[in-house]
Ligand binder design. Structure first.
Ligand code: UDP
Ligand code: LCN
Length: 793
């Protein structure tokens, strides 16, 4: 950690060393230096004996913890991250070797000047600063608590109850009177008019219930309970009703975080959920692998099944006979090709009552947009989509939903607009924040605007992150990174988009709205290769053809040596997924070619079938690689969409060949294929950039690879394969540990339980803090109206 006091004074010797180092920085003639470049430079600089004497000087801590340096002789500006989530900014004057700590805004202005090539700070550029609005809100103190927002909030809420006893009790009482479902009052009726009456009636209820067995049902007491002021919702069995009344009595006497959490999570509040996912092809067949259509769809469909099951269980335990309803809102695409995305409604398989509802995008004149649109270009259509969809949803649900979950930047913005209109709790799931995928994407937004429209996307992200009542992430690193790397959400704390606006404080990773709740893999589809009875051996003829068949119009290459292990990878064909690099590493490494075959399931092999620029470029590059390295007998590239049962069996088929799975992305937010492969029993090799770093513990239940160091990656893989050749138990060991890791940490049942309980706690929190939120809300409304709307047009 940097001690700011300590680094004020420099002795003449240290001053000289610092000067020499600053000169080296300037000599790079770069505008920006990244952390990794900085680390390499420090290492080389301190190879020198004289410099080495000052290596431990505190001033060098600034460079050691630097994330980015912005350079322009005679100035060096440094953004420093000494701890997770904590930022400082410094500037050095090279000739005078003077340095000082500066504000985030000064650092950002300097960056802007370098990018725009000006010498004048834009003093009146719009600055976004949400910090002052959040002064009254509690914040986590310790980075190790980041992502455990609900635990913190429960502690805070119960503490507040204790301190402001009367106010807290009244809030809770008002909250309990709110609940109803489909016209039926729940929990309390109008006979109980005050908190004192509530306590009195609860005691009476307790003595009434004493006459009954735990296993008897609410129906037997409902009339008497109603006369006392209690409606259904306290429990199906008397035992549970009694338990819930005791919990509430305890909260009113002496609240503790765990009792409050338990009680809130039992209040029946969530009967209808709206899940918003506009872009891509959202469907249950023929869509995976299409551009913009991947993990988010898989995630949501699995999530819906798990949520419906858990909602039904909880609603029933609370004594209500109400069928939960879930609607996934997506975009209707009239020209949907072989996909079902031109149908308005589609029942979700494996659920009783969940549906996909598709609403079209419309041009301003009302005409329907007929074709697929890349996720980067959906912005002009979202406001109208939100309004049209709100009407349809209210019709489908016969009222408003109890919770809105947004997905990805577009879905989160629509969720923000809808939850504002309908006054419903908003939960966000990012899946992938593009800002961290593309280096300097905010700073150089102008250069990429026609392709990516980041100005709209990052503005939407900022608005939706701040309107959300809570945010679910798949990993900790998604929020706050690691000691070394910046979290995906953390990158929204301070940044600038030159000429557009400057964000002084955009989102705080210490905000208790963040919670890590990791997804899983559908256990009916993805299970270990040795689970013989469940395996779909009937599909093996088809899989043989897919894996070992001859080239065709949907597959390139043919694996001639069938008994070699298979290196397998599967992903959409976009640049960041980096599959072409995997092919290149393989092609250039003779030992790897000797040890194994390579199998890819990716996109399509015919460039004319693609409408996506990145995909087209990847297809062309892949064909070139086959040609250049003559890979025809060793690499098999499948460009066809397999249904998920085939995909599940394919992982296991590869495991039968003692194969491995490689995820080589330049950045991967989470990586569902990683958990699918691991749970199937494939030793898995994953990128160090993003979520996979956290899913796998290197050398234990899989391996980390650095996709920017191809040779090193090839060596890691070759040495594993060679290790397995010498000792076949090695493969089994890694395989078993991978399976166990997924069993323990990535599980949809647990996910649904947590998500529902969080929705209730945050619903209560939203109710308690309703007034205080008004200021932020109005500020964000203004940001939306003045910036977002004009950008999306
Ligand atoms: N997938 C598939 N066929 C393909 C490519 C991907 O079935 O050709 C599935 C894969 O099994 C996984 C999902 O799509 O369930 C991809 O999710 P992941 O999180 O790995 O990546 P994303 O596509 O979301 O970036
Ligand atoms: C989007 C991604 O890019 C993946 O990394 C995730 O696994 C997927 O969404 C599901 O959240």
């Amino acid at each position: 950690m940097i001690d700011l006091q300590e680094i004020r004074e420099l002795t003449p010797e240290v001053r000289k060393t610092v000067y020499l180092f600053l000169r080296e920085l300037i000599a790079t003639k770069k505008t920006f230096l990244l952390r990794s470049e900085m680390q390499d430079m420090l290492q080389v600089f301190f190879d020198n004996e004289e410099a080495k004497q000052h290596e431990k000087e505190p001033v060098f801590e600034i460079f050691r913890y630097a994330q980015v340096l912005a350079l322009n002789d005679p100035w060096v500006y440094v953004s420093v991250r000494p701890e997770i989530g904590k930022w400082h900014y410094f500037r050095f004057h090279v000739e005078d070797v003077l340095y000082e700590e500066v504000e985030a805004g000064d650092y950002l202005s300097f960056e802007e000047m370098q990018i725009d090539g000006t010498t004048q700070v834009d003093e009146f550029l719009l600055e976004i600063d949400l910090k002052p609005f959040n002064r009254e809100f509690p914040k986590l103190k310790d980075a190790s608590y980041i992502g455990k927002g609900v635990e913190f909030l429960n502690r805070h809420l119960s503490g507040q109850f204790f301190q402001e006893k009367k106010r807290g009790d009244e809030k809770l009482f008002d909250f309990l009177r709110l609940h109803h479902c489909r016209g039926k009052q729940l929990m309390l009726n109008e006979r109980i008019e005050s908190i004192a009456a509530l306590k009195r009636q609860m005691r009476k209820a307790s003595s009434l219930l004493k006459k009954y067995e735990n296993s008897q049902e609410w129906a037997e007491v409902s009339r008497e309970m109603r006369n006392l002021g209690f409606e259904a919702g306290w429990g199906r069995e008397i035992g549970r009703v009694r338990e819930n009344i005791d919990l509430l009595l305890e909260i009113l006497e002496a609240p503790t975080p765990s009792i409050l959490a338990k009680f809130l999570s039992r209040i029946p509040m969530i009967f209808n959920i709206l899940i918003v996912s506009p872009h891509g092809y959202f469907g249950q067949s023929n869509v995976l692998g299409l551009p913009d259509t991947g993990g988010q769809i898989v995630y949501i469909l699995d999530q819906v099944r798990a949520l419906e099951k858990e909602m039904r269980k909880q609603i029933s335990e609370q004594g209500l006979d109400i069928e939960p309803e879930i609607i996934v809102l997506s975009r209707l695409i009239p020209d949907a090709g072989e996909t079902p995305c031109n149908q308005r409604l589609e029942d979700i398989i494996g659920t009783r009552n969940a549906k996909i509802l598709r609403v079209p995008f419309r041009y301003p004149n009302g005409e329907i947009v007929p074709h697929w649109i890349s996720r980067f270009h959906v912005w002009p259509f979202l406001e109208r989509f939100a309004l049209d969809a709100a009407r349809e949803i209210q019709g489908e649900l016969r009222g408003r939903p109890d919770l809105i979950i947004g997905n990805y930047s577009d879905g989160n913005l629509v969720a923000a607009l809808m939850s504002k209109k309908m006054r419903v709790t908003q939960c966000n799931i990012a899946h992938a924040l593009e800002k961290s995928k593309y280096l300097f994407s905010a700073q150089y937004w102008k250069a990429n605007e026609s392709q990516y429209r980041f100005s709209s996307q990052f503005t939407a992200d900022l608005i939706a992150m701040n309107t959300a009542d809570f945010i679910i992430t798949s990993t900790y690193q998604e929020i706050a990174g690691t000691e070394e790397s910046v979290g995906q959400y953390e990158t929204y704390n301070s940044f600038s988009m030159p000429g557009l606006y400057r964000v002084i404080s955009g989102i705080d990773v210490f905000d208790p709205k963040f919670n890590v709740v990791s997804p899983g893999a559908d256990e009916n589809v993805y299970f270990p290769y040795f689970d013989k009875d469940r395996r779909l051996l009937e599909l093996h003829g088809e899989l043989e053809e897919y894996v070992f068949g001859p080239p065709s119009d949907w597959a390139r290459g043919q694996l001639k040596e069938k008994d070699k292990p298979i290196i397998f990878s599967m992903a959409r064909l976009d640049r960041i997924k980096n599959l072409t690099s995997l092919v290149r590493w393989y092609a250039e490494n003779q030992s790897l070619r000797q040890e194994a075959n390579l199998l890819l399931v990716a996109g399509t092999i015919r460039v004319e079938e693609s409408q996506d620029e990145e995909e087209k470029a990847c297809i062309q590059e892949m064909h070139q690689l086959f040609q250049e390295y003559d890979l025809h007998d060793q690499v098999r590239w499948l460009g066809s969409r397999l249904d998920k049962n085939l995909t599940g069996e394919l992982y296991r088929f590869v495991a039968d060949y003692r194969g491995i799975f490689v995820q080589p992305a330049l950045f991967e937010a989470f990586g569902l294929t990683v958990v699918e492969a691991m749970t199937s029993g494939l030793p898995t090799f994953v990128t160090i950039f993003g979520g996979p770093l956290e899913i796998i513990e290197h050398g234990e239940n899989g391996f980390h690879i650095d996709p920017t160091h191809g040779e090193q990656t090839s060596e890691i893989i070759t040495s594993f394969l060679a290790g397995c050749r010498n000792d076949p138990k090695y493969w089994d060991k890694v395989s078993e540990k991978g399976i166990r890791r997924v069993e323990e940490k990535y599980n949809w049942r647990l996910y649904a339980e947590k998500l529902l309980s969080f929705s209730k706690v945050y619903g209560f929190w939203k109710f308690v803090t309703n007034l205080e939120r008004e200021e932020t809300r109005r500020y964000l409304d203004m940001f939306y109206s003045l910036k977002m709307r004009s950008l999306s047009k």
